[in-house]
Design a protein around this ligand. Sequence first.
Ligand SMILES: Nc1nc2c(c(CN[C@H]3C=C[C@H](O)[C@@H]3O)cn2[C@@H]2O[C@H](COP(=O)(O)O)[C@@H](O)[C@H]2O)c(=O)[nH]1
Length: 306
Amino acid sequence: MEEVRSSSAWVASHASHVSIDSEGLEKVVSSVENSIPKVEWNYEGIHYFDNGPLTIQYLFVLDALNFCFWPDKDLNYDDLASGLKAALENDKSVFDADRLQKYTGPDLRQLLKWPRPLPLEDERVRLMHEVGLELERSFGGKASNIVESCGKSATKLVSTIARHFPGFRDHTVYKGHQVFLYKRAQIFAADVWGAFKGQGYGEFSDVGSITIFADYIVPAVLQQLGVLRYSSTLANNIESNKEIGSGTEEEVELRACSIYAVEKMRDLIQKRTGKQVLSVELDLWLWAYGISNPSLKHHRTLSIYY
Ligand SMILES: Nc1nc2c(c(CN[C@H]3C=C[C@H](O)[C@@H]3O)cn2[C@@H]2O[C@H](COP(=O)(O)O)[C@@H](O)[C@H]2O)c(=O)[nH]1
């Protein structure tokens, strides 16, 4: 994802509220360069997997809805992944393209066995409809056909998804420049790769081109590790749970600087050890670390992208 990498680098070099601490970054790299903590995809055991196309349908619906859990303090990504898994195990047609177009908010709640309205529930429902409609219109109803049409290229998969599904078009304008972040589209490619262990549907010749997935957990981890530094105003706003508007300089910098910082970490590891590390692997390590520290304060932005 060259456009993600280069536009994030542009933001990092023009940032006003977030900076990358090279010494902090070097320290973190020194502590992990000889053995990057390996985190297995689905280490939590919460995802559906049957080694076939239904797994891809599940992952696509999952990543269409993989955003904004924090406004409900009890809701986590796990609830979504395991709720959708249970729904699919109970009824194999639950994510058929025609059915996706008909769900209502209460239906989705019932699917997930969630007792109250979900955060941004109307947006989640709208995105399910969008996915169902476009899958039916262009891909014979099956997300596996999107993957098959991409000739084992993760880059092509991300751009195909962004082209067909407006809800995955995670880009913005920062200081007059278009910035591409593509969190959910890239995480879908990484989920397919992880679930199928790089084989079959999960075989991508260019998995190294995917960047990290700029959500609200990874920036908080990078800041705690001393890789990112925030201006005092931004630090106070995050500390006091003040909402940070989507598309504000602060929000774009938090996400783009995280992507850029991990790319720098990856370059440094390669330079020092000669080893090629994938951003996907670094992401899973950082994310799992963040999730295991519930006291970690993260930025709060209402967004359908992450
Ligand atoms: N960077 C990054 N962000 C990720 C994930 C995942 C899950 N990936 C699965 C794939 C394989 C593993 O086994 C994981 O289970 C979710 N998120 C984001 O986190 C936030 C949820 O936080 P909380 O509210 O505490 O549940 C929310 O923005 C969500 O979109 C990831 O991998 N990387």
